[in-house]
Design a protein. Structure first.
Length: 87
C-alpha cells in the first residue's frame, strides 16, 4: 500500500496495527447515501425525457444482469478458495 494512501485512510495504533481513521469511517458511511441521492436525481431526470420509461427499463435489466454476473463471480471465487484448502 502506498504511503500517502496509508496516511490518508489509516493510522497506526500503539500496537503497530493499522486502524481506519474516524474521518474515513464517516466518509465510507455517508458515501452510499450520497450516491443513492445522485442516482435518484438521475432517474428523475431520465424519467422526464421522452423515452424515459424505456431507458429506465433497459437500465433495470442492466443492473439485474450485472448483479447476476457479480454473484456468479463471488461463487466462483468462493469455490476456488474452498478447493485451495484441500491442497
Amino acid at each position: 500500500m502506498s504511503s500517502w494512501i496509508s496516511r490518508l485512510w489509516f493510522k497506526k495504533t500503539a500496537g503497530g496495527r493499522l486502524e481506519m481513521r474516524t474521518s474515513s469511517k464517516a466518509l465510507l458511511s455517508l458515501l452510499p447515501i450520497v450516491l443513492a441521492g445522485l442516482v435518484y436525481r438521475l432517474l428523475i431526470f431520465i424519467e422526464r425525457t421522452e423515452s424515459g420509461p424505456e431507458t429506465i427499463i433497459v437500465l433495470a435489466y442492466g443492473v439485474v444482469v450485472l448483479v447476476a454476473m457479480l454473484t456468479l463471480l463471488v461463487i466462483m471465487i468462493s469455490i476456488i478458495d474452498y478447493l485451495r484448502t484441500f491442497e
